[in-house]
Design a protein around this ligand. Structure first.
Ligand SMILES: [Zn+2]
Ligand SMILES: [Zn+2]
Length: 334
């Protein structure tokens, strides 16, 4: 029986319509069997491989040193937005426009080409997260910036043709309706109940338990009740915190362990599917708000939104988050 489910925080609806007879491991059979380990550790024309640093712009962040780096952050040469522009809105007749100001970074996560977060050590993943923090703090300091989005595209279906392990950070002067609307819902919830809607939601996910993938003292990973697509995973800090960059040292290490584990379960269990992940923080200036709670969403790209999804905004998910979470809980990491 198909079912409508509502996202507790955003009030968006999804349709859960499991395909008859299809089990979570059937997705693994359909996805590509090769792994990133099949590619070479060094590719001569890859701009992100160690040894090819002259093919990128100068680093804006490097760890631990330029000569022997693990993480190297550079400006995106092919960015849609440029940092030397003015974000002031102008009218073109009745229509609003502004110069395309923005700051776009590429976070090169590892010197070697044949790695991905799922196959790195936890210590290496932690250094990537520290790079995110450093760059988010630097972008927040620019008073033209209102929103910093950290994301990772893995594979062609997720929007990248570059194999080398990397993620991106884009700072924009605009907080779009897609981000603002859930904030308004969260403010409404806070005014009604005096509590953060995300704290309430993750508390309920932990209480129900059947969609939880793993839990540590500070974080929880689960497939949400109203997951939009098969194997959508979310990671939330248990303590209320509106922005990612405010995490403490110990928390970053703990998050690295959880992120690496969840990605490795997806990598091994579903055979290295393409995916996007996104870290959603409060807009700049709202970092200490009691309404918002930062989180990370991981979306394996094993289905493609079609006309109904694009037209209605109602996603049809063919794998229950309960089945997906059980599958990921039981997937062993070699
Ligand atoms: Zn490379
Ligand atoms: Zn909260």
């Amino acid at each position: 029986m198909p079912e409508f489910r509502q996202n507790y925080a955003t009030k968006e609806w999804i349709i859960l319509a499991p395909e008859r007879g299809k089990r979570p491991h059937d997705w693994a059979r359909e996805s590509k069997p090769e792994t990133v380990a099949a590619v070479d550790p060094y590719v001569s024309d890859c701009p992100f491989c160690a040894g090819n640093e002259d093919k990128t712009t100068d680093a804006v962040y490097v760890w631990p040193s330029e000569n022997d780096w693990q993480v190297r952050v550079v400006s995106n040469k092919f960015a849609a937005l440029q940092r030397d522009l003015n974000p002031v809105r102008n009218l073109d007749g009745a229509f609003l426009a502004a110069e395309g100001f923005g700051i776009a970074d590429v976070v090169i996560e590892h010197p070697k080409h044949d790695r991905t977060l799922a196959t790195m050590t936890v210590g290496e993943v932690e250094q990537v997260l520290r790079g995110y923090v450093a760059r988010q703090v630097a972008m927040n300091a620019d008073d033209r910036v209102n929103l910093v989005t950290i994301f990772r595209n893995h594979g062609a279906r997720a929007g990248t043709s570059l194999e080398h392990p990397h993620s991106q950070i884009i700072a924009t002067p605009i907080v779009p309706p897609h981000v603002r609307y859930p904030i308004e819902r969260a403010v409404h919830h806070y005014d009604q109940y005096g509590r953060c809607v995300y704290c309430d939601m993750l508390g309920e996910e932990i209480r129900q338990g059947d969609r939880v993938i793993m839990e540590t003292s500070g974080f929880v990973a689960f497939c949400p009740f109203a997951a939009k697509s098969p194997f959508e995973c979310r990671i939330y800090p248990k303590r209320h915190l509106a922005s990612f960059f405010l995490l403490g040292e110990q928390e970053l290490a703990e998050l690295a362990g959880m992120l690496r584990t969840v990605l490795a379960k997806i990598y091994h269990g579903l055979h290295n599917p393409d995916y996007n992940y996104i870290i959603r923080s409060a807009p700049v200036g709202d970092h200490d708000t009691r309404y918002l709670h930062w989180y990370m969403v991981i979306i394996p790209k094993i289905t493609i939104p079609a006309g109904f999804e694009l037209g209605s905004g109602i996603y049809i998910n063919t794998t229950t988050p309960e089945d997906a979470a059980e599958f990921l809980r039981e997937t062993d990491i070699p």
